[in-house]
Ligand binder design. Structure first.
Ligand SMILES: Nc1ncnc2c1ncn2[C@@H]1O[C@H](COP(=O)(O)OP(=O)(O)OP(=O)(O)O)[C@@H](O)[C@H]1O
Ligand SMILES: [Mg+2]
Length: 376
């Protein structure tokens, strides 16, 4: 029997637990061609949400490009990734070679300083090759061409740029922000979705009046999947092996992981795989599996070792105190920290996007790191 849970790749279709209200709300903005900024802590399901919408919820005629720029490190790579996304948007839902060949010819009229070719070696791909040596110009030409095509044909497109905060860390990041702003403002028949989990870097891009992306879209904070809905969905799948998880066990895991969707999915995957049928999972079993899982995350100690002793103690303190009442005298003493030392560590973690300042409390961007810190 195939495992009905997936945790190691973005999900859609059968593996995707509906976020019906969210999808409805976002689709309205997309129809209005309004830009969106979607953010949340890590591994809540932003990329999967985009994947599900693009694969299953858009009209067949709407083009979509989901471009994850996490791995880029310069303007050339940014161009390559954007280009690939746009190329794929043409072929994603079209398999007829006749249609694609016709489309390729047509596209040559719109993309200047570039050649457009159809390649059919494995699966059909449309390849746009620029003659520009300057990648800023190449990015500008790419979008000019795309928008001109959309306008002329009346087709619509949605372009999602995932891990968007990466832009900030690029050499010439500011210049790239400005270029992209010009492009986004010139868009035709289309809208952009900017997705990111590093809120410390992402949100100021859109909220600081002196930044290029100021007020360039509607912010949408993606929450964890509703507990009751998630619980029912997971048990329905566990039942395929006549297994059952008690609500208390589910709540325990959900609280520990702060509703991290990937973690919950991985947990379900494991128990579906590990246990014989008719198993009932209570808090005791859930806790034992969780402890074992966390103790196996040895690689996190390498991450911890990259920090100074004060910073390591500060991380443990924050994890233990759940980001609250951290400056209590007895707490500081327990971790051998002074108030200024904790403040300075916090400042550094916030700037690196490890910790997010949420009102008067502090949250770990990565719930698994926090769970691990609490257990060492
Ligand atoms: N709606 C959903 N239904 C079921 N599982 C989901 C859903 N959304 C996310 N997941 C699970 O969570 C995992 C992480 O999701 P995803 O990669 O979409 O999150 P993310 O917020 O983009 O993470 P990151 O911050 O690391 O980019 C997926 O691999 C999948 O197992
Ligand atoms: Mg993601």
């Amino acid at each position: 029997m195939l495992n009905p849970f997936k945790f190691d790749i973005g999900v859609s279709g059968n593996f995707f637990r509906d976020r019906e209200d969210t999808i409805k709300e976002l689709l309205v903005h997309m129809k209005n061609e309004t830009n969106l900024i979607i953010f949340s802590k890590r591994r809540i399901g932003k990329s999967s949400l985009i994947k599900e919408i693009f694969e299953n919820r858009l009209d067949k005629d709407t083009l979509s490009a989901h471009i994850d720029i996490y791995a880029i490190s310069n303007d050339r790579e940014l161009y390559e990734y954007l280009k690939k996304g746009i190329e794929q948007s043409f072929v994603a839902k079209e398999s007829s070679l006749d249609v694609l060949s016709c489309l390729t010819q047509k596209l040559s009229d719109y993309f200047s300083n570039a050649t457009v070719k159809l390649s059919v070696s494995t699966s059909p791909t449309i390849e746009i090759t620029t003659t520009q040596k300057n990648y800023f110009e190449a990015i500008r030409d790419l979008f000019d061409g795309y928008f001109a095509y959309l306008e002329a044909t009346g087709r619509k497109a949605i372009i999602a740029i995932d891990e968007f905060q990466k832009i900030v860390s690029l050499p010439e990041g500011k210049k790239i922000e400005e270029l992209l702003r010009t492009i986004v403002n010139k868009r035709k028949n289309s809208s952009f979705i900017f997705v990111g989990s590093n809120r410390t870097l992402l949100l100021p891009m859109f909220n600081d009046a002196d930044r290029a992306f100021y007020k360039l879209g509607i912010e949408y904070r993606l929450s964890p999947i509703d507990t009751d809905v998630f619980y029912a969905w997971a048990n329905e799948r566990l039942q395929r092996k006549e297994m059952f998880m008690e609500k208390k066990a589910f709540d325990y895991l959900f609280n520990e992981s702060e509703g991290e969707t990937r973690f919950m999915q991985m947990f379900f995957y494991k128990i579906f795989d590990m246990f014989e049928s008719k198993m009932i999972i209570r808090v005791k079993e859930a806790k034992a599996i969780l402890d074992e899982f966390i103790s196996n995350r040895q690689e996190l100690s390498i991450v911890l070792d990259t920090y100074s002793t004060n910073q390591q103690n500060a991380l443990k303190l924050m994890a233990y105190m759940d980001g609250k009442s951290m400056y209590r005298k007895d707490v500081l003493e327990r971790y051998g920290l002074s108030k200024p030392a904790l403040q300075s560590a916090l400042k550094s973690f916030i700037s690196k996007g490890i910790i997010f300042e949420n009102g008067s409390s502090y949250e770990f961007e990565d719930a698994e790191f926090k769970m691990w810190l609490r257990r060492i």
